[in-house]
Design a protein around this ligand. Sequence first.
Ligand SMILES: [Zn+2]
Length: 317
Amino acid sequence: MMKENLRNERDCILCGSESYEILHYYPKEYYNHKQYITYSWDGGHKIDFQVVKCNKCGLVYLNPSFTEESLHYLYPTSIIPENLTYNNLIKNHNFNFLIKPIIGKIYKMPLKSKVNMIDIGTRYGVLPELLSKKGFNAFGIEYNKKCVEVAHKNGIKNIYQGKLQDIEKISNELKISNFNLVTLIDVIEHLINPLEELRLISKFQKKGDRMIITTMNLDSLGYKIFKEDWHYIHNQHMFYFNKKTIEKLFHKLSYEIEYVSNTKKLIDLIIIPKLIMNWFKHKIRRDNFHNINEKKEWFAKHRPHFFDLFTIVFKHK
Ligand SMILES: [Zn+2]
């Protein structure tokens, strides 16, 4: 493929402005390709990239960003492990932050009435599987064929292979016209146009229904400290929200914030020494280009972060 087809320059998806300031610029080979595995950094292509901030509305995004046709460079199927079992998927899940403290607050369990839910970008379908055990009528959509194969092989049935746009097809098949709960966990930052894509999903929700989003927070301690070295910056992540910008996006879709959950600052403080060590390791390795005898390493292995995610419950107006 021609390199110039890889990416698109674009205007702000929230306000249409083409005026922006550059927050971070990474030249070509910021991570030397002889030393680093870079599929999510630059799709394994030797390209520069930049994170920009809209001058009008403050939205932070990659510009240019990868086109839909080029996404497979960023998401190779070869990295999906095949030897997962049902037990280790279910036992090692990391949805404890979500199920009891957030979903459990909205829907008193055991459920008194039917709740249809769908998890977008569900990976192996673990979240819907856990929620169906609690009585939810729960489903998942996953784009990566291999994840869906692994899920099906392990008896996780309620997961469909497809893009977010396939919600229409899937809802027809399931004869469900209304999803009371939609979850996107670590997904919204990967979407090419979250405004348009979420608009599609919102057609399947009514007044009072919820959409729950977990994504990394630009107002977090981690971003404030680590800036351009922050773990979460790479080409898979096309959008970087804070509370203000994500609220603007959902306002356009007629949702209001019901609840925001941030990680406790105390936990962040405990891990500081280990993080600072990693951060140094990262800088030393990156700046010592010529030492190519070492084994290739994933570029983000030592890129630092705290628990910099936030989870927002939006309620349809
Ligand atoms: Zn804007």
